[in-house]
Design a protein around this ligand. Structure first.
Ligand code: CDP
Length: 806
């Protein structure tokens, strides 16, 4: 060794592996406008498709006349349901086991539903032609209130299901009923309630909102009739699943379909499902023989392609006088709109809502979910959430605050009293999950100490007294939220999408010079996979992250995977990456042994190569080994250095966090100011702390938006309100609070690198923290629960209702 020989620490730092705050490599192109999004695609002869949409929320479609539109120069075709029937595509299956109209087949079920697809030489002509398509509607009674959907005289929304009393998830009890899903022990839970010292009950609504990514849903479909091959570029969070579905629906063999998801400008669950725009573009390309582009505008995005939440959760908790919880009962009325198009794993009609016992040791619980149809857009996607986990977290975190209020206990103390204890992990929840690991007490105490929780409570008390004396018009709320998530769908025994088991995959190829290309079944939409996946590989095989290229989104080249949503990428694909890398390292060990003329058992791994045990000078770096793998492979060992891994996780991962929100509210204007927001996350092993911080900032900003104003609302005639950014709250830097982030590390015991997901945690934990802050502020005025969203108008109204306006 000479002075120039890098130290172990220097070699480690050079890798920029796990734990390093590596700068996002994809940002080089994103920040310079060099990203390649679907709408950047311009193909020779490409034409454009756009929809004629229904102005009515519920109506019969008695006539569609496209003759005037077809006369407009530049219009190529107008597709209706009748045309799609010829190829058996007037309806399509949904991920939830229902069917959905691609184009209106005799009636419409929500405002802006797709009625006809106009194909024209450019978008402007298509738009003009839409105005010329004559559609006759016969209005029907509209149903927008889910609480009235099961009334005896409620209008029949789905005549196609007439007389069908068995749905995809069991019996249907009414013409607008979709399913009842029941989990837990009903009798035992009833007993807990009858024996309880204290019970609370509240109807907690999580309003309808929308993921609203900056880039809307879009695609380009191109059918090559000579080769019989279809290529679809699209904003797909799960490209492989889209290819399989496209093959099943079109009967084009799967190997002749190429699905490519280029750069994606945010997904948040909006880009998981299949939409009429994709089907119509494909059919139009097959009909016309030229590429067809479809790009949603903002209003179409907010009003048609998916929604999130719309859960109405009647929540009851039983407890002892000392605050020990003894039972949980939740009934959910789930508003699914006109079709059940929820993006959940097949067997889970309410996703993983049965994580609703949260971080608390409930001895027994019972959950019942009723899904119903209304005249609203279909969807029910996991908006930065693992399949209804955010609804569950909101439900239990509001519930615990309401219980604390009734008991006269501090809400943080009530939580600590009921936390699952570290020694209880792996923990079996009353509703059927096995939590892998956690240390809730450490996280909560760290969070409380850091924000000075007891001092804040003292300050709040003083402010309340001052308010009561008439000395101030400002009140103060402290929102406590302690969430447990369930991410990483999923073990194939639990989860599938349309029959395809939910695993994920990675392929890694080390080239002779020691540079690497790796491909995964996931698809980043801004989460930074190109940066972090390379970091896992760098640590596992000792090649610098800068020498590793990560590629996702092309079904021709990537191994089959189930895509990116619900923070499943790190728990599932992250594990596949580590295991594929370990296969490479195992082979490299055999090659190194041959090169050093020792037994492979005499070697040990050291940062970026193998060295002989007890003789570190005798070593071969991974780069030298890679060259040998192609240049002089040992006899009996195949040349090359590459591996593929398909990973079926044994369990999901259970990240958790302690969030605190300090809010000051002016009761006279309803304006709420977030003074502090502190978020402590535990996502196990941290791959890239800087990316994690970015994920938390983004998710908290969404949580702030949802809790404090963002909503898709309908009036009683089914007009969708909030379908533009004029009405739908998207916080800018002006409104967004400052975020304080922190962490603890409790690795997942079953994940190869101990990592849990993190992307959605801040959305899941953030919403209850904001809502609890607002509710906490009003408690001393006699309020128990104020529904979200907490915009200034509603807060002002709540203050008025509570007599705070004097
Ligand atoms: O599935 P999705 O990518 O949306 O979520 P995720 O698995 O939580 O990962 C989001 C981003 O955070 C990725 O770039 C991950 O590699 C990174 N991450 C991390 O650095 N450490 C973790 N323990 C979890 C995620």
């Amino acid at each position: 060794m000479n002075d120039m020989t890098p130290t172990r620490e220097q070699r480690e730092a050079a890798l920029e592996g796990m734990g390093c705050k590596r700068k996002r490599v994809e940002d080089i192109r994103f920040t310079q406008g060099k990203g390649q999004y679907v709408d950047d695609l311009k193909l020779p002869g490409m034409v454009f498709g756009d929809f004629v949409r229904s102005p009515y929320a519920h109506a019969k479609v008695t006539k569609i006349d496209a003759s005037e539109a077809l006369k407009l120069p530049g219009v190529i075709a107008v597709l209706t349901a009748e045309d799609l029937k010829g190829v058996n595509l007037a309806w399509m299956p949904t991920l939830a086991g229902d069917v959905q109209m691609v184009l209106a087949d005799g009636k419409v079920l929500y405002q802006n539903q797709e009625v006809a697809f106009v194909v024209a030489e450019n978008r402007y002509i298509a738009d003009d032609a839409i105005q010329l398509v004559e559609v006759e509607y016969e209005e029907l009674p509209v149903l927008t209130d889910p609480f009235k959907s099961l009334d005896e005289d409620a209008p029949v929304l789905r005549p196609d299901l007439d007389g069908k009393m068995e749905g995809a998830h069991g019996p249907r009890k009414h013409h607008n009923h979709i399913f009842t899903w029941e989990v837990g022990d009903k009798d035992e839970t009833s007993r807990a309630f009858s024996e309880a010292d204290v019970t609370v009950k509240e109807m907690i609504s999580y309003h309808r909102t929308h993921p609203s990514p900056l880039e809307t849903c879009q695609c380009v479909a191109s059918m090559d009739k000579v080769k019989g091959e279809l290529t679809v570029w699209g904003t797909f969070q799960a490209p492989h699943v889209i290819r399989t579905v496209a093959s099943l629906l079109s009967t084009i063999p799967e190997h002749k379909i190429h699905v490519i998801a280029p750069d994606i400008g945010g997904g948040f669950g909006n880009k998981v499902g299949a939409y009429p725009g994709y089907i119509c573009s494909i059919v139009a390309s097959i009909v016309t023989g030229v590429p067809v582009k479809w790009v949603e505008d903002r209003m179409e995005n907010l009003s048609t392609t998916s929604f999130a939440r719309d859960y109405h959760m009647t929540t009851e908790i039983a407890a002892k006088n000392d605050g020990t919880v003894t039972g949980l009962k939740v009934h959910v009325l789930a508003d699914h709109g006109g079709f059940d198009a929820c993006a959940d794993p097949s067997k889970w009609p309410a996703g993983f809502f049965n994580i609703v016992t949260g971080s608390y040791d409930f001895p027994t619980a019972h959950l019942e979910v009723d899904g119903v149809y209304t005249n609203k857009a279909p969807g029910g996607v996991a908006y930065r959430c693992s399949f209804r986990v955010t609804e569950a977290a909101y439900c239990i975190e509001r519930g615990m605050d309401i219980l604390a209020q009734k008991l006269g206990m501090d809400p943080a103390d009530l939580r600590i009293k009921n936390f699952v204890k570290p020694e209880q992990f792996p923990y079996q929840s009353a509703l059927g999950w096995e939590y892998d690991s956690g240390d809730y007490h450490t996280a909560m105490h760290k969070a409380m100490d850091t924000i000075g929780y007891r001092e804040l409570r003292a300050e709040q008390k003083a402010k309340q007294e001052a308010f009561n004396r008439g000395e101030t018009r400002e009140i103060m709320g402290i929102g406590v939220s302690f969430f447990t998530e369930i991410v990483g769908a999923g073990p194939s025994k639990n989860c599938d999408i349309l029959g395809v088991a939910m695993f994920d995959s990675a392929e890694i190829r080390v080239h002779p010079t020691g540079s690497v290309i790796s491909r995964m079944g996931t698809k980043s939409q801004g989460q930074g996979h190109e940066t972090t996946w390379a970091q896992i590989i760098a640590t596992e095989i000792g090649i610098p992250a800068d020498d590793i290229m990560v590629e996702e989104g092309d079904t021709d080249t990537a191994p089959y995977g189930l895509g990116t949503y619900g923070s499943r990428s790190t728990p599932v694909a992250g594990a596949a990456i580590a295991l594929a890398a370990r296969k490479i390292r195992n082979k490299a060990q055999m090659i190194a042994a041959h090169m050093l003329e020792v037994s492979e058992y005499d070697l040990e791994w050291d940062v970026d190569g193998f060295q002989v045990k007890g003789n570190p000078q005798a070593r071969k770096s991974m780069k030298e080994i890679a060259w040998a793998a192609y240049h002089a492979p040992p006899q009996g060992i195949e040349p090359g250095l590459e591996a593929v891994s398909y990973y079926d996780p044994p369990n999901m991962t259970y990240p958790f966090g302690a969030y605190f929100c300090v809010m000051d509210i002016d009761v006279d204007t309803g304006v709420a100011k977030t003074r502090r927001f502190y978020a402590l996350d535990d996502c196990g092993t941290r791959i890239n702390p800087m990316i994690i911080e970015g994920q938390v900032h983004g998710g908290l900003t969404e949580a702030f938006a949802i809790a404090m104003g963002q909503e898709i609302r309908y009036d009683e005639t089914g007009n969708v309100m909030g379908a533009s950014f004029m009405d739908f709250f998207i916080p800018t830097a002006v409104e967004t609070p400052h975020w304080e982030t922190d962490h603890t590390v409790t690795p997942s015991p079953h994940h190869p690198i101990g990592a849990k997901g993190v992307g959605e945690s801040p959305n899941v934990g953030g919403v209850p923290a904001f809502s609890n802050a607002v509710n906490d502020a009003f408690q001393f005025l006699g309020s128990t629960h104020i529904q979200m969203p907490h915009d200034a108008w509603r807060i002002w109204q709540a203050a008025k209702d509570l007599g705070a306006h004097g």
